[in-house]
Design a protein around this ligand. Structure first.
Ligand SMILES: Cc1cc2nc3c(=O)[nH]c(=O)nc-3n(C[C@H](O)[C@H](O)[C@H](O)COP(=O)(O)O)c2cc1C
Length: 333
């Protein structure tokens, strides 16, 4: 049975990738993911804010030295370690060490929201040995004067700067909250995105009614969050040129199969691995193989995209007619 897959021009042994997560900064965990069958790993993100903080520290130290007042440097933190305790320099070292620890492709992740000097860091990630870069554009348009065009232009601007900085493959992890995602997907591909990761999960605050405070936390996803990514994968498969990575809600092998049938080139998972451990990947792969065997699919490319919008004989399921029908036939579940 042939599970081999192409993603961003990389040859992968199967379509399962461990998506960005804090544990992926630990070499033991990366080895466990590889042993369990992961075809590639995405390192946790290095954030624009970390790179800019580090640059500010360096600039301050240089200025202090120039003015001969080293004591002033105590006002500044000496590192920009960020949420995972891995600062910009340590991140490059992590890429080196990850490359040495595992034989599968290592994808670095750069996370930011505006076009500025931090994007140049992508070049250092390439030099450190990353096989590809996943650029996570986590942007929340709080400014209500911003138009959809402004936001899409911002995405394209960041991408174009990253594309100029590196020659390795670039994937973009994006939010579905744009006015015309299909058109944006085409523009991103035309401007140098080799692949799209659908989707970023936006972490929004909640309200604690007991304390009347805003609360925030990272919750693991559930399968109930899959349909948005699933439908956009199905709508874009074979139509926008970019590799498509499905990310959100995978819990069992059935979810992997659904994403592949919709047209995903690869399927990523984080929450299920945090919930069940790296070994869960083996179960996902075994489940995929068992299903393929039962249905007599010899390779993943035979099933990929069978249920996508382009190839579906029931295109109405993706559009307004099914909306009407669903409301007529009633609520399920
Ligand atoms: C604890 C945690 C940390 C994460 N850290 C990152 C990160 O550093 N960069 C990133 O692009 N995504 C990050 N993500 C998002 C995941 O990579 C993934 O896209 C998301 O959780 C949806 O996939 P899932 O449903 O399989 O969890 C994180 C998710 C979790 C749960």
């Amino acid at each position: 049975m042939l599970l081999a897959t192409q993603y961003l021009g990389l040859s992968l042994k199967n379509p399962l990738i461990a998506s960005a997560a804090p544990l992926n900064a630990q070499l033991d965990h990366l080895r466990a993911l590889e042993d369990a069958g992961a075809a590639a790993v995405v390192l946790p993100s290095l954030f624009q804010e970390q790179i800019e903080a580090e640059a500010a520290i360096h600039e301050h130290i240089m200025n202090s030295a120039a003015h001969n007042s080293p004591e002033a440097s105590t006002y500044f933190p000496q590192t920009a370690s960020g949420p995972y305790g891995v600062g910009p320099d340590a991140y490059l070292d992590l890429i080196h060490r990850a490359r040495a620890a595992v034989a599968i492709p290592v994808i670095a992740s750069l996370n930011g929201s505006s076009e500025a000097g931090w994007i140049e860091y992508a070049k250092m990630m390439q030099q450190a040995g990353a096989h590809a870069i996943e650029l996570n554009m986590y942007f929340i348009p709080i400014d209500i004067e911003l138009t959809g065009q402004n936001i899409e232009d911002r995405y394209v601007g960041i991408l174009a700067a990253a594309r100029r900085a590196v020659s390795i493959p670039l994937a973009l992890k994006v939010s579905p909250q744009v006015s015309a995602f299909g058109n944006l997907a085409q523009r991103l591909h035309a401007n140098g995105a080799d692949g799209l990761v659908l989707f970023n999960r936006l972490l929004q605050p909640d309200i604690d009614l007991a304390t009347l405070r805003l609360t925030q936390g990272v919750h693991l996803s559930t399968r109930a969050e899959m349909p948005l990514s699933l439908s956009w994968i199905a709508l874009l498969a074979g139509r926008c040129g970019a590799s498509l990575a499905a990310s959100t809600g995978v819990e069992e092998a059935d979810d992997v199969i659904k994403y592949l049938l919709a047209g995903a080139d690869v399927v990523m998972t984080t929450s299920a691995l945090l919930r069940h451990g790296a070994g869960h990947l083996t179960g996902l792969l075994n489940g995929l193989e068992t299903w393929m065997e039962a249905r007599q699919f010899a390779s993943v490319s035979d099933l990929r995209g069978l249920m996508s919008w382009s190839r579906s004989r029931h295109k109405e399921f993706y559009g307004r007619p099914s909306y009407m029908k669903m409301l007529e036939t009633g609520v399920t579940g």
